[in-house]
Write a protein that binds this ligand. Sequence first.
Ligand SMILES: Cc1cc2nc3c(=O)[nH]c(=O)nc-3n(C[C@H](O)[C@H](O)[C@H](O)COP(=O)(O)OP(=O)(O)OC[C@H]3O[C@@H](n4cnc5c(N)ncnc54)[C@H](O)[C@@H]3O)c2cc1C
Length: 456
Amino acid sequence: MSVAKLPHVAVVGAGPAGLRAVEVLVAGGLNPVLIDEAPRSGGQIYRRPPPGAERPAADLYGFEAAKATALHGLLDRLGDRVRYRPNTLVWSIEGKRLRLLADERFDALEVDAMILATGAMDRVLPFPGWTLPGVFTLGAAQIALKAQGVAIGRRVALIGAGPLLPLVAHQYRKAGAEVVLALDVTAFLPKVIHGFGLLNAPATLAKGLWYMARNVLGGVPMRFGARRLRVEGTDRVEAVVWTDARGREHRVACDAVGASFGLRSEIQLADLAGCRIVFDDLTRQWQPERSPEGRSSVVDVYLAGDGAAIGGADVAELTGARAALTLLADHGRPADAARIDRLDRELARHRRFRRALEAAYPFPGHLLDDLADTETLCRCEGITVGAVRAAARERDVDEINRLKALTRTGMGRCQGRVCGQAAAEILARSRGVPVETVGRLRGNPPVKPIPIEGGL
Ligand SMILES: Cc1cc2nc3c(=O)[nH]c(=O)nc-3n(C[C@H](O)[C@H](O)[C@H](O)COP(=O)(O)OP(=O)(O)OC[C@H]3O[C@@H](n4cnc5c(N)ncnc54)[C@H](O)[C@@H]3O)c2cc1C
């Protein structure tokens, strides 16, 4: 292939995936634009405190301190070969035009190609008491600690269905907070059964076990297989109540709760860019189709990191570099075949680990089966679980966008980013059909709330 003119490339997301992508693009001779709505680079895992409130990397990131420091320094090293635009939200994509909002000013950027590395957010599922003041997501609890250096409460209960639970419990305890409970709503046995598959990433497995051991030694009560979960309180959180596998009820008093159940990819921009979105059985979520090389179904739109498929920080770095190498090759730049081969082998190993991890933390659908009709499902619009079940039964609703039109579920500020998956699950359960058959909420701009004043 002959060497073509240098493409104008935007990378959306300055987390591990986006940062490694710009590094490769710069090494390939390009001057990419790097856009992120956050004020500083690092993404979710390597989120930084605001200037003036810095703390040592070892305190903030533990085992990952060296990786965090390396990534934080990357943009300094690349200098003006990257045009970095922090505090800038990409609120829509039309073809190859990115619609931007920065400092309340609207702007647009036309590019030849883009790498979307938009990351993930907590997967939220409702349970009795989830809207009480004092209930946060696990991720939000961690953000409070990493970014602001504060805990969400004095007596904190953490609830989850994934590896973030033991990690956040460890981080809270290390920071001096009292963690009164680390409650896993998945059973312990699958973690033993799939332990062999987890050996595909021995260092990650060792860290997970270390966090668990430190929590136990540090006196954090760790419980597995919780059923019939609820958070009690009148004006705010007062206790977590659950039933164990033998049917015994437990109650732990607390003044704050961090709860979420795995992660979900932020796919809205890929959706607006026209990428084909497919259902992933493993994680029970819709994700943009991505080839092993990082291509989407749309020419010149590439995908990397957790925004394309949940894989964790190391995989995000690998897929970021991989997508950028593919972009360079597609635009006639020389490809480093040995590096590509190394990346592909690493990624294959991580895929085996991921399959085992998802099996070790199966989707906790029992939380949804237990919900009374009166529970809130969509908090933006105040829609109850019962309203969704009634629409399925009485109005023959069998598709999630129709449900949205008829009940307003997912029509509020979060655009279904928080309630969408639970709504689809409850609709599917009410109809007795697999969740993928009820579809997914179509992406609409703006992907996040934006001011109207200032003109679009
Ligand atoms: C709250 C939270 C905490 C986590 N903590 C950990 C942890 O401690 N350890 C761990 O191993 N994993 C953690 N994870 C998992 C984490 O997602 C990955 O490990 C890793 O950060 C993924 O890297 P990434 O580059 O794919 O995405 P991210 O690191 O999520 O980076 C994506 C970036 O894209 C930006 N972005 C997204 N949409 C837009 C838009 N429309 N416009 C502009 N910018 C946009 C975001 O601001 C973000 O900086 C956490 C996940 C979440 C959601």
